[in-house]
Design a protein around this ligand. Structure first.
Ligand SMILES: *Cc1c(COP(=O)(O)O)cnc(C)c1O
Length: 475
């Protein structure tokens, strides 16, 4: 984890790296606060506040962070609600029945938004994010496969899951933690995500499911969910294998319903068993909430669901965590009420408009080759034309950082490690004006960069590889 050696420059400003350096204005008497062990005595709350507050001053400006998909701004009213609810524990369904009810309403709204077949009630839940949601969806796929194999008297010991190499790291975690063989399909030429033919070619009787990503984190492109499902329909017609699909819509499940209503990617496809999204990405909530919805109750094996006592009734739960904050779920409900379909549509359309406009303008600068244009997720990846030999995308990333912009540069995975890109994620609050400012800063840096004898950096700067966007796994 983030274990920084004490010789690290971050510690050099302090004469004694075992003590925090405290501004003398904060206290009347000198205080000594140990850096790495529990202080022996108390501090005044205002002093403690200032010390922590000041230490965080050097974190980047979240709103200029074009590396992250995660919400960096909410309205004051949402923030107020979250502060009011920060004491509520999501698991205490009997103590906070209204919070539990708001969670259910959000699940119903998402099930409807994603066209789940009409049912007495939606099947799904909130989570801490898409990672937990994907774990739950993957577990449901695995358990369904196990039940079917057991019923058929066939071995259960070698489950596999099929996905593109561009999947987010949570899917490799899922495979590792739950002993499922990950079948990661490499990138192929200029195709940077899963293709239907490749997906089918990797399926066999031990395949618990195929993961289709609606919105690859590498380049913002949508995977062809309908085509993948059609290819799997054909597989079933040919040899009887019935392989379900999970759609990882961490970003796209909150973009496509509003911006691409005619794109068929969701429960309208009978093969789609479950869908997840990150409430804290294009759901527009601060970090800490995700969602997973199953097409119907039969897609979630009953033996994975625990029953907790709820005001004399039974409350089903399926989760990895027990205690967990309720505030993010409440904030999600607030956003759903506050924005409605049209509000989300305006917000997401604006993001896409900013993304496509900025991508076009960057294209016209000359040195850049766009891999995507921001017209699926409001996210695009650009590389440099081959004739650009005096600087690298890593140099550009570093130059933009001097202006305060966090734009990650990274190389693609196996088979395309030759390809180094910059990726720009447009989120709510990143306006055309800010995009123009970014473009101006980028344009102004190019003459200096083109006078370099050769690229100064050929890999990620440490700040990106440790945080915002490690090479193998942009978030
Ligand atoms: C961000 C992301 C995840 C992980 O989501 P968290 O909410 O950060 O846990 C999974 N899959 C995709 C496609 C993502 O973009």
């Amino acid at each position: 984890m983030a274990r920084v050696p004490l010789s690290h420059p971050a510690y050099q400003h302090s004469s004694d790296h075992h003590q925090l350096a405290i501004n003398p204005v904060f206290t009347c008497e000198p205080v000594h606060i140990p850096r790495n062990h529990l202080p022996p005595a108390q501090l005044d709350p205002d002093v403690a506040y200032q010390v922590v507050h000041d230490e965080l001053m050097l974190d980047g400006n979240a709103r200029l962070n074009l590396a992250t998909f995660v919400t960096t701004w909410m309205e004051p009213q949402a923030t107020r609600l979250m502060t009011e609810c920060s004491d509520k524990n999501m698991i205490d369904k009997d103590e906070y029945p209204r919070t539990a009810e708001l969670e259910l309403r959000c699940v119903r709204m998402l099930a409807q938004l994603w066209h789940a077949p009409p049912a007495p009630d939606a099947t799904g839940c909130s989570t801490t994010g898409s990672s937990e949601a994907c774990m739950l969806a993957g577990l449901a796929l695995k358990r369904r496969w196990q039940h079917a194999r057991k019923a058929a008297g066939k071995p259960l010991d070698r489950p596999n899951i099929v996905m593109g190499v561009n999947v987010q790291v949570c899917w490799e975690k899922f495979a590792n933690y739950w002993d499922v063989e990950p079948r990661l399909i490499p990138m192929d030429g200029e195709c940077f995500h899963l293709s239907p033919a490749q997906a089918v070619a990797h399926c066999d009787e031990n395949t618990i499911g195929v993961v289709a990503v609606l919105g690859s984190t590498f380049d913002g492109s949508y995977e062809p969910v309908a085509e993948i499902c059609a290819a799997l329909d054909q597989l079933q017609a040919n040899n009887g294998l019935d392989v379900p699909v999970h759609v990882d819509g961490a970003s796209g499940a909150m973009i496509a319903p509003f911006c691409d209503p005619d794109l068929i990617w969701d429960f309208r496809l009978p093969r789609v068993a479950s869908i997840n999204t990150s409430g804290h990405k294009y759901g527009l909530v601060y970090p800490g909430v995700g969602w997973v919805v199953w097409r119907d109750a039969s897609a979630l094996p009953e033996d994975l669901v625990f029953r907790v006592n709820y005001l004399g009734g039974n409350m089903p739960t399926f989760a990895l965590n027990f205690s967990r904050p309720g505030a993010q779920v409440i904030a999600q409900y607030y956003n759903f009420l506050r924005l409605g379909f049209q509000g989300y549509q305006r917000v997401q359309h604006t993001c896409r408009d900013v993304a496509t406009t900025l991508a076009d303008k960057i294209d016209k600068l000359g040195p850049f080759r766009l891999l995507t244009r921001g017209d699926e997720l409001p996210v695009f990846a650009v590389t440099l034309h081959e004739h650009v030999t005096s600087y690298s995308v890593f140099d550009i990333s570093a130059a933009l950082r001097e202006h305060g912009w966090l734009v990650p540069a990274y190389t693609f995975p196996e088979h395309r490690t030759d390809l180094a890109v910059l990726r720009i994620v447009i989120r709510n609050g990143f306006t055309h004006d800010l995009a123009d400012q970014l473009l101006t800063d980028l344009r102004n840096e190019l003459p200096r960069l083109s006078h370099q004898p050769h690229p100064q950096r050929s890999t990620e700067s440490s700040s990106f590889s440790h945080g915002a966007s490690p090479s193998r796994h942009p978030k």
